[in-house]
Design a protein. Structure first.
Length: 223
């Protein structure tokens, strides 16, 4: 099912766009990398996904490229927003119940607000109205590096500053929290290419977190 949605459907969408001679923007993921690098990944680094999700997204990238020369593939990472199911909303909800939260501290990435990604994608779309349309593959993620533990601590602190209840956070290892899906231990993305080509300054992850938590505070703690 992952390949049907992330690969085959992406290819179909790309072919449909090509038939109409219009560009397509495909959102991909940091999970196309294996996490063995210890410096931020750039677009030209070798892809080597370790899990089904990453392999299906990488296959989608390939199908989009082949089907439509007018494509722009955007890899992002560790997405959160005021909506839907995501790590920050879960941490705010869990913090409201108090106690102590156990969060993995040895996986590192680029926490990125979906609000930032949406702005970036709109900027990409705008380039197609000009003489220098954005094509190819770009990384679009907030600046800075964080572990899930770092993000959890920052979320609890920010929630408290907005009058919400918060919890203590305890750091644990990946081995203490086994999951079915293999996650790269390091998947920080370097978005310099995107910033330079699009003229879009990406915020540090610490700066894009408060607006999301503030929205959650305004509408009440999520369930």
């Amino acid at each position: 099912m992952a390949f049907q949605i992330n690969a085959e459907a992406a290819g179909e969408a790309s072919r449909a766009a090509a038939r109409l001679n219009i560009p397509i923007i495909q959102v991909s993921t940091d999970y196309v990398f294996n996490g063995r690098k210890r410096t931020p990944y750039v677009e030209t680094d070798e892809t080597f996904p370790t899990g089904v999700y990453g392999r299906s997204k990488l296959a989608g990238e390939d199908l989009v490229r082949v089907a439509n020369r007018k494509h722009c593939i955007v890899r992002t990472a560790w997405l959160y927003s005021p909506y839907g199911r995501n790590f920050v909303r879960t941490m705010v909800s869990a913090g409201a119940r108090g106690g102590t939260l156990s969060v993995v501290g040895d996986q590192y990435g680029s926490p990125t607000s979906a609000l930032v990604v949406a702005d970036g994608i709109l900027r990409i779309a705008a380039t197609w109205a000009g003489d220098n349309p954005a094509r190819g593959t770009y990384h679009l993620a907030s600046r800075g590096t964080a572990s899930w533990f770092d993000l959890a601590v920052a979320t609890q602190h920010t929630a408290a500053t907005h009058g919400m209840c918060s919890a203590e956070v305890r750091q644990i290892a990946t081995s203490d929290w086994p999951t079915k899906a293999l996650r790269p231990s390091y998947s920080v993305l370097d978005s310099t290419k995107f910033e330079t080509a699009i003229g879009f300054d990406l915020p540090d992850w610490r700066d894009s977190l408060p607006p999301v938590v503030r929205r959650l505070a305004e509408k009440g703690s999520p369930e």
